[in-house]
Design a binder for this molecule. Structure first.
Ligand code: NAG
Ligand code: NAG
Ligand code: NAG
Ligand code: NAG
Length: 360
């Protein structure tokens, strides 16, 4: 259930992710799911950028380091204020789900879920940049409020029960700009200080090409792995000219499973283009790098998919020649070994690795 909650939340959050753009954010991802005897009905995960820094639920009623922490050591000493705010969120979400149930006749048994993402962002220099909340019921967006230091934006789904009048709007705007914003920014600064060894990390990407033969050509993928923060610029060049984004299949930035990220961009290169033997470059710029990182790839004449377009006879001939070569080489090696001569130099090892890459 915990994983489900994080997944839903990351969907809600996607638009506002700011990790690595110089900004920092603190988000509370809150879920209210009544009716389970085994789980607390109200749970909150606190995220500083993309790192979980706290956990709260209606059973423990304290802010802990993580949901699995049971001892007192794991309690975060944040004072009473955050707990009060979290309890407010709890009761507000309870009310909202009751309204929804009433409005949509959801009295039948079943799991109903109320969710909220709420939090703030600061700029690099620590100045507040925005505060917002976003609510959803049973996985659907309900309404959201966003204040970016100059404008309030309130959006509500068509037909949604909770329609605020002008007075209500004003009072919420006051609450968010005068109470929640300073509180959230204070808490964010506190966590930033506490977790700076994680949040301020700069981990350089590793960059490589992976090529795969497919019908009609090759799939050339540039893969950047193991970097932090999340934000990266990755581009593909053909003979020094940027490849049009429309030609590329662009993957989204994914967690690598070790707190770092990965991303890939793939280009389909057809037979004709392969024969032109362009020089492909993959280029990354990232906060961790002073200069751009580059790797190059060029289709080799030995690129094995070419074999398919050759007639079977030639193929057989080639195979025979290869077999002969291999046999002869093996014989030579055996001879060399018996003479006690190490012949494989570093360069040869390197070459072999590279050609392995070409066929992965
Ligand atoms: C909800 O249920 C009541 C009684 O069962 C019914 O009168 C009402 O029309 C229903 N409302 C909606 C929106 O379905
Ligand atoms: C805030 O949002 C409004 C409306 O979307 C926009 O015009 C304004 O430039 C934004 N202000 C800042 C500081 O981003
Ligand atoms: C490919 O292009 C890059 C820059 O675009 C250049 O640095 C590199 O030397 C070229 N490689 C080959 C093998 O031509
Ligand atoms: C990525 O490119 C954008 C636009 O050119 C630029 O503003 C940003 O600073 C770049 N990010 C990195 C990490 O280089």
């Amino acid at each position: 259930m915990f994983v489900l909650q994080l997944m839903l939340m990351s969907l809600l959050l996607h638009r506002t992710m700011s990790s690595g753009t110089g900004r920092h954010s603190l988000w509370a991802l809150a879920s209210y799911i009544p009716g389970s005897a085994h789980f607390p009905e109200f749970t909150v995960v606190l995220m500083l950028d993309d790192i979980q820094v706290g956990y709260y639920d209606s059973k423990v009623d304290r802010v802990m380091r993580a949901s699995t922490a049971s001892d007192h050591e794991a309690e975060l000493n944040l004072g009473q204020e955050p707990v009060t705010v979290l309890r407010d969120i709890y009761s507000s979400m309870k009310k909202r789900l009751n309204l929804v149930k009433h409005r949509f006749n959801l009295t039948i048994d079943g799991v109903h879920v109320q969710q909220r993402v709420t939090g703030c962002e600061v700029l690099e220099d620590g100045q507040p940049a925005l505060i917002m909340f976003r609510d959803g019921s049973n996985g659907q967006d309900a309404d959201s409020l966003l204040y970016n230091m100059t404008h309030f934006t309130y959006a509500v789904r068509e037909g949604w029960e909770i329609q605020w009048d002008a007075l209500k709007k004003t009072s919420f705007q006051m609450l968010y700009s005068n109470i929640y914003l300073p509180f959230c920014v204070r808490t964010l600064q506190h966590f930033l200080e506490r977790e700076k060894h994680l949040v301020m990390r700069r981990v350089k990407p590793r960059l490589r090409f992976i090529t795969r033969q497919v019908v009609g050509g090759a799939q050339v993928t540039c893969l950047a792995t193991d970097f932090y923060p999340r934000h990266i610029n990755l581009s593909l060049l053909r003979d020094g000219q940027p490849v049009d984004e429309g030609e590329l299949r662009i993957g989204s930035v994914l967690p690598n499973g070790n707190g770092l990220y990965q991303v890939r961009k793939t280009l389909m290169v057809d037979e004709k283009e392969l024969q032109r033997k362009h020089n492909y470059t993959c280029e990354a710029s990232h906060l961790s790098l002073d200069n751009r990182l580059r790797v190059n790839w060029r289709a080799e004449s030995s690129y094995s998919h070419r074999v398919h377009s050759i007639s079977p006879l030639v193929f057989l001939l080639l195979a025979a020649v290869l077999l002969l070569l291999v046999l002869r080489r093996r014989r030579r090696r055996r001879k060399e070994r018996s003479e006690g001569v190490a012949t494989e130099t570093q360069e040869q090892v390197g070459e072999r690795e590279q050609s392995d890459d070409l066929v992965t």
